[in-house]
Design a protein around this ligand. Structure first.
Ligand code: ATM
Length: 234
């Protein structure tokens, strides 16, 4: 997996790190991708990576929950159907435990060495799923966010937005579903609304992309968002 490759290259990159600002190379950026099930994140993540690499950036694709050995183990616990009785608080704390590890082992070292981090979900998903979906107060999530992340926030969050009805229809909901996928429509409606509310609170770093359109149209918009962003961050 990508993070394994990264860990094996970590020392080399850190040794060659250039001028830093706030312990980060000025050129590295932290991009996160969010959306409910069926929003097309996977296809768009591959495309975003292509665009960044074509612009000459070193990119580390990673994901949450996950991205480290411990994080991937926590992920499998979180997704297991036999953990149906898990409390919302335990779920949130496990997510932040995985995140602390991910930040320490992967995200911060990559940013410090000039590598762009492209993360499939991050803390914005905790506000949406554990906040909106499960009903945990955002103030509580903010305490963990500040503790675990300090001042680090994504530079850009692409929110692939579509209705919960469309998302679930696209996702198909066939075969074995994990603990999140088997939630009801109303859960995903709350998650979507929470994402939109966050985007309206942080217009500086969120970009909402209407994911109900064709893959080609969505791609063109993603490219249009990334290009000026790439120019500004050179
Ligand atoms: P993916 O769908 O990106 O594989 O993520 C697995 C689940 O993790 C996802 N489920 N759905 N649908 C949402 C969930 N998740 C949270 O609930 N909170 C978080 O903070 C993160 C990062 C993910």
């Amino acid at each position: 997996m990508a993070w394994r490759l990264y860990l094996s290259l970590k020392n080399k990159y850190i040794a060659t790190a250039g001028p830093c600002f706030n312990n980060r190379l000025m050129t590295s950026q932290f991009i996160t991708v969010e959306g409910i099930e069926g929003a097309g994140k996977t296809t768009q993540l591959a495309f975003i990576r292509e665009v960044l690499e074509a612009a000459g950036k070193k990119v580390l694709p990673t994901r949450e929950p996950g991205g480290t050995v411990l994080g991937e183990e926590i992920r499998s616990l979180l997704l297991q159907q036999r953990q149906q009785g898990m409390t919302a608080e335990a779920e949130l704390l496990l997510l932040f435990a995985a995140r602390a590890e991910h930040l320490h082992q992967v995200i911060r070292p990559a940013l410090a060495s000039g590598i762009w981090v492209l993360c499939d979900r991050f803390t914005e998903a905790s506000y949406a799923y554990q906040g909106g979906g499960r009903g945990i107060a955002w103030e509580r999530i903010a305490v963990l966010e500040n503790w675990v992340q300090g001042e680090l926030r994504p530079d850009l969050t692409l929110l692939f937005d579509l209705s919960a009805e469309q998302g679930l229809a696209r996702a198909g909901r066939r075969g074995l579903m994990d603990r999140f996928e088997s939630e009801e429509l109303a859960f995903f409606q709350r998650v979507r609304n929470a994402y939109l509310e966050q985007a309206s609170r942080h217009p500086d770093r969120y970009r909402i992309v209407d994911a109900s359109r064709s893959v080609a149209v969505v791609r063109a918009e993603v490219e249009a968002i990334l290009h000026p962003f790439l120019r500004e961050s050179v």
